[in-house]
Design a protein around this ligand. Sequence first.
Ligand SMILES: C[S@@+](CC[C@H](N)C(=O)[O-])C[C@H]1O[C@@H](n2cnc3c(N)ncnc32)[C@H](O)[C@@H]1O
Length: 268
Amino acid sequence: MSFSLYIDCSGLVEGLEKHRCLTNLHETISRSETVTDTRSLSKGSLILGFVDDVLCLRRAGDKEKPVFVDFVGGKAGHRRKFGGGKGQDIAKAVGLNKGVTPHVLDGTGGLGRDAFVLASLGCTVTLIERSPVIAALLQDGIDRARLSPETVGIASRMELINEDSRLAMQTMATDGQQFDVVYLDPMFPHREKSALVKKEMRIFQDLLSGDPDADELLAPAEALAEYRVVVKRPRLAPDLAGKEPTYRLEGKACRYDIHAFKAFSSDQ
Ligand SMILES: C[S@@+](CC[C@H](N)C(=O)[O-])C[C@H]1O[C@@H](n2cnc3c(N)ncnc32)[C@H](O)[C@@H]1O
């Protein structure tokens, strides 16, 4: 990979221990370097650091807004207050319109937007994210959401694991664990066009080099889900692992492929 990641410690007021989201970063990212003055870094380097106690990922020399997770305000806050509730496609996809609030395993956590929507609607969500950098951004967002009275209830239903879900899901299934629903949203090239997403996508692509092994998520997900596996795909993308779902929910920007195994009890 051709990027350098620097950890900017100048914004860490009370030391790393305070920020549990960073605990594993230094061990897991061999390319990272710690800096206290980012001005000398070459343009385009990625910098992870705190700005006003918010963990941010940004590019050196880039004036655009950094990437960070905000569940309290911003778009997530707006959607929480004014979003379409259980009528949203994602809610229907996981079965919330059947009068159940499933325990969901989100095997591709990312920045936690989908998981937060589901947790806002009452689901308990276990998220797995393999990138330690994305996981740190997400854990920081969850931690801050737990400090706000508006979101503490929602964020306390979200638990993050920083692992590769292909292995983690296999281990969970071997241990006899089950989730009502497993939700997957692996990266797919050129999926959305808004300027914000494009910038985020560029950083994601530099950091993560896509999800070329996405097809390998489906089988362990199927082994772990009691009721269904939901796969979020761009509208025209091929089926994950080439496997046709039981049915699809088609939206404007994306579709949800539902691999259903068992009806929720209120269906029966
Ligand atoms: C498109 S993003 C998910 C966005 C997320 N649904 C959201 O709402 O923010 C895909 C994420 O899945 C993660 N991912 C892909 N394959 C994974 C795997 N095998 N284990 C864990 N995380 C994985 C990537 O690192 C990336 O952060």
